[in-house]
Each structure stands twice: as C-alpha cells, then as structure tokens.
Write a protein that binds this ligand. Structure first.
Ligand code: NAD
Length: 300
C-alpha cells in the first residue's frame, strides 16, 4: 500500500486564508486582530520562529508587535511587560516565545498572561477548560494535528487513537482533544511497556516524542493514519520525524511528511487562536472549528 500524503503545507495555507478572511471581517467591524510576540534573549532558533510568526501574522492582516528584550531582562520586568500587554485593548493575543533564559520562571510568566489572550493555550485556566470541555484557547500544534485530520476527511469519532508522548505542549492536550472528539485514546510515553504492540492496535497514530524515526513501519497497522509531530535534525543536517517515513508509508493509509506536515500547521493555528481571541474580545460571533469553540460537553 502506498499511503496518501497529508500535505500540511497546503492545509496550513487554506487555514491561513480562512484566518485572513475572518480577520478582514473583524477589521471591517472595527477590530483589527492584534498579536504581541515577546522574545527574550538571542536564541537563534527562537529568532527564526518569531520572524516566521510575525510574517504570517502580517500576511493575515493582523497588527503585529514584536517586543525584543535582552537576555538579562529580569522576571519583574518581564511580568510588568505582560501586565502592560494584558491591559492593552489593541492586543488580543500574547505569545511569549519559549524557552526563556534559565534565570526566568517560564511557568510564572505564562500564568501572568490574561487567559483570554493566551494564544499558545498554555495557561492553567485554558488547560482546565480543555479538560472540562469548555470554550477556551488551546495549544497550536495539537490543534494542527486535529485540523489536518478534519480537513483530510479522516474521522476521529469512535476510533482507536494512540498518542506517543505526554508533554504539556503536544501529547497531553492532543489526548484531551481526541477524547473531546470521541476517539478512544491511549497516551504512551517513555515508560510504556511494549510500545510497538500498543501502536499496532491504533487506527490513528500521533507521534510527538523527539526521537528520530522511533516509530517503525512494522508498528503501523495496515491502513492507519499516521500524524508525525516530531522534528529532528540529523548529524548530516537532514530533517526527519519521529516516524520512519518510508517504511510507515508502505503500510499506512495516510501519513504526514516531515518537513511539510504538522510543522506549518502550528503557526496557522496560532493565527486562528488570535482571530478567535479578537472576535471574543469584540463580542463578534465568527465561524470556528469544533475544538476552537470547545467541545460541546464532556461526555460520560
Ligand atoms: P518533550 O521532550 O517535551 O516530550 C517528549 C515525550 O516523548 C515525553 O512525554 C516522553 O515521555 C516521550 N518519550 C520520550 N522517549 C520515548 C520513547 N522512547 N518511547 C515513547 N515515548 C517517549 O517533547 P515535545 O515538546 O512534546 O515535542 C515532541 C516532538 O515534537 C519534538 O521532536 C519537537 O521538536 C516536535 N514539535 C514539533 C512542533 C511542530 O510545530 N511541528 C511543535 C512542538 C514540538
């Protein structure tokens, strides 16, 4: 079998077009979505991420403010900046680029962000809302995984989903999103016994581990959907995912490539979260995906 390639780049482009349309509608009604990106220090990877986020947000028609702070910024200064952005009614989304320099307490900074502006979906209040099935703002990368499935006609309801990885950024929120969509979810991690046989049972496999090509082709159930979140750079400079792509695509029904799969979705969903936050702040009802709006209810 040769798996269908799920083109994250093309899907992200259509999400971004959708976002730009909704941003224009909001602007026409007096609210131009505003995104503030805070970058502390000079980590080269973070500089690239922030540049890409700024560019995408500008293309979507947002007002973008990038606040660059030196690596010696104190916790008090950073908290004061977050409070200032919380109070600014032209800012609808606040993103503090992580990781922060070691002397800063990232958890305290995230908790200081107004949950209604927390477009990374990492504030404990938003984590609780995801678990409770309430309306909130939820993490971008797992939202991107769900959006790829939704826009590719891959159903989630009732199906056996295995998520490998339990981070607060990807694995755990993805598990709750899948549960909210009525999948039967198994969350695996570094201590899972016999991971290959757990994955073999899955109709939907989500890999978010950070270990190059950990998931082998013979772990994949024939016809399964494979969503690879991993981004790993090998010694020779090549980018690979957490799934052995060539082997897995010989058995899977559909699979995301790396690069060009989940990666481009993260920024697209950040823009989507910002437009949602702006619409809510303005009290304007816009169409949004089922997870953006929160699941209808937590079912028994
Ligand atoms: P993390 O290091 O925080 O978490 C990794 C998880 O994998 C942990 O829960 C751990 O228990 C599990 N794990 C580690 N070794 C394992 C093993 N041998 N078997 C099973 N589980 C194991 O990482 P993260 O932040 O969740 O990121 C995971 C991957 O996704 C990384 O490659 C990262 O670069 C990538 N990522 C991509 C995007 C994107 O935009 N596409 C965004 C975030 C993260």
């Amino acid at each position: 079998m040769n798996a269908k390639i799920l083109d994250g780049k093309a899907i992200a482009k259509s999400v971004r077009e959708d976002v730009a349309r909704r941003a224009a509608e909001l602007a026409a009604r007096g609210t131009r979505p505003g995104l503030a990106v805070v970058l502390v220090g000079d980590d080269p990877a973070s500089q690239v991420y922030v540049k890409n986020k700024d560019k995408a947000a500008l293309e979507a028609g947002f007002a973008v403010r990038t606040l660059r702070k030196s690596a010696t910024t104190t916790q008090a200064e950073l908290l004061a900046l977050v409070r200032q952005l919380n109070a600014d009614s032209t800012v609808h989304g606040i993103l503090v680029q992580l990781p922060l320099p070691k002397h800063l307490d990232a958890g305290a900074v995230v908790r200081a962000i107004d949950p209604a502006k927390d477009v990374d979906g990492l504030h404990p209040e938003n984590v609780a809302k995801l678990v409770l099935g309430e309306r909130g703002l939820f993490p971008c990368t797992p939202r991107g995984c769900i959006e790829i499935c939704d826009r590719s006609g891959i159903s989630l309801s009732g199906r056996r989903a295995v998520v490998v990885g339990r981070s607060m950024l990807v694995g755990k929120p993805l598990g709750f999103m899948l549960l909210a969509r009525d999948a039967t979810v198994t969350l695996c991690h570094s201590r899972t016994n016999d991971l290959p046989s757990v994955v073999r049972d899955a109709e939907l496999v989500f890999a978010a581990v950070g270990k190059p090509e950990l998931v082998r082709g013979d772990w994949i159930r024939p016809g399964a959907t494979v969503i690879d979140v991993g981004i790993n750079r090998l010694a020779d400079g090549k980018l690979v995912g957490d799934v052995a792509f060539a082997e897995a695509s010989a058995r899977a029904g559909a699979i995301t490539p790396v690069p060009g799969g989940v990666g481009p979705m993260t920024i697209a969903m950040l823009l989507d979260n910002t437009v949602i936050a702006a619409a809510r702040a303005a009290g304007i009802e816009l169409r949004a995906g089922p997870l953006a709006a929160g699941s209808a209810a937590v079912r028994a």
